[in-house]
Design a protein around this ligand. Structure first.
Ligand SMILES: Nc1ncnc2c1ncn2[C@@H]1O[C@H](COP(=O)(O)OP(=O)(O)OP(=O)(O)O)[C@@H](O)[C@H]1O
Ligand SMILES: [Mg+2]
Length: 244
């Protein structure tokens, strides 16, 4: 196994990553999305992914979270006192990195049937060994801060409104404090007041040194918390034969 090093100020360093999708339902047609993707996420900063719809922002997020593989390059995460290359990691290492080191607020909540909102939110803490009552107390604090009415806490979020589900998803992503947080349009269906709450949560974590990689639909939120922008269009592969 090769060992890597990164600057101790960084939580994530993405180096020379290529990604091409193969469309198996369409005669294995190849769709090159990213070439030579390179950027760093320093601790305590929020790096925003920019670029038009379809340019590959969510793909970057899913490669970092280990849901999509990378075809080439390195995705170096400061994890557990060493540097883990997520582009070459074993599935169990990816799972350990998710439990301890990186949180992900996806755009949509993957609703688990029959599990109460309070437990959906508490789960990441329980997985890390917190006792259930403590985890539920912490979950309740976050749900009230995000204005989820108490009568909903014991219900499964499957029937919640879009904005309520998104707030449950945010609470779940923020409950365990991990050094890297991935945010895919976390405020897309929130009203102004809840957007402010989320901005507050993001700022608190940044101040404590958490690094973030984020996609923000909303220019207000981007301006409020973004420290740097990585435009993924700079890494769009040129079609073969195009002039350099
Ligand atoms: N699993 C997949 N299989 C095949 N193609 C995919 C897959 N995921 C994404 N793509 C393609 O890769 C390209 C980038 O998609 P991606 O979702 O990363 O874009 P995005 O920048 O997040 O767009 P948006 O702003 O609309 O969310 C698109 O052309 C998309 O169709
Ligand atoms: Mg997207």
């Amino acid at each position: 196994m090769t060992s890597h090093t990164i600057d101790p100020d960084l939580v994530l360093s993405v180096q020379d990553v290529d990604k091409t999708f193969t469309l198996h339902l369409q005669d294995a047609q190849r769709l090159p999305v990213l070439r030579g993707l390179t950027f760093d996420v320093p601790r305590g900063t929020c790096v925003v992914l920019g670029g038009e719809s379809g340019s590959g922002k969510s793909t970057v997020m899913k490669m970092v979270f280990g849901s999509y593989g990378a075809d080439a390059g390195r995705i170096l995460l400061a994890h557990d006192g060493r540097v883990l290359d997520l582009a070459a990691a074993q599935p169990r290492e990816v799972l350990a990195a998710r439990r301890e080191t990186m949180g992900y607020v996806s755009q949509f909540l993957r609703a688990v049937p029959r599990v109460a909102a309070l437990d959906v939110v508490a789960e990441p803490l329980v997985e890390r060994g917190a006792d259930r009552d403590t985890a539920r107390e912490r979950a309740a604090e976050l749900l009230s801060r995000l204005s989820i009415p108490e009568r909903l806490w014991t219900l499964p979020p499957a029937t919640f409104s879009g904005g309520e589900q998104q707030r449950v998803n945010i609470a779940r992503g923020f409950i365990a404090e991990r050094p890297l947080l991935l945010l895919d349009e976390p405020t897309a269906s929130l009203d102004a007041r809840n957007r402010e709450v989320v901005i507050g949560l993001i700022r608190e974590r940044l101040a404590r040194g958490v690094g973030m990689l984020a996609i923000f639909h909303d220019a207000d939120v981007r301006d409020a918390v973004g420290d740097a922008v990585v435009d993924v269009r700079a890494f769009t592969p040129q079609p073969a034969g195009a002039a350099a």
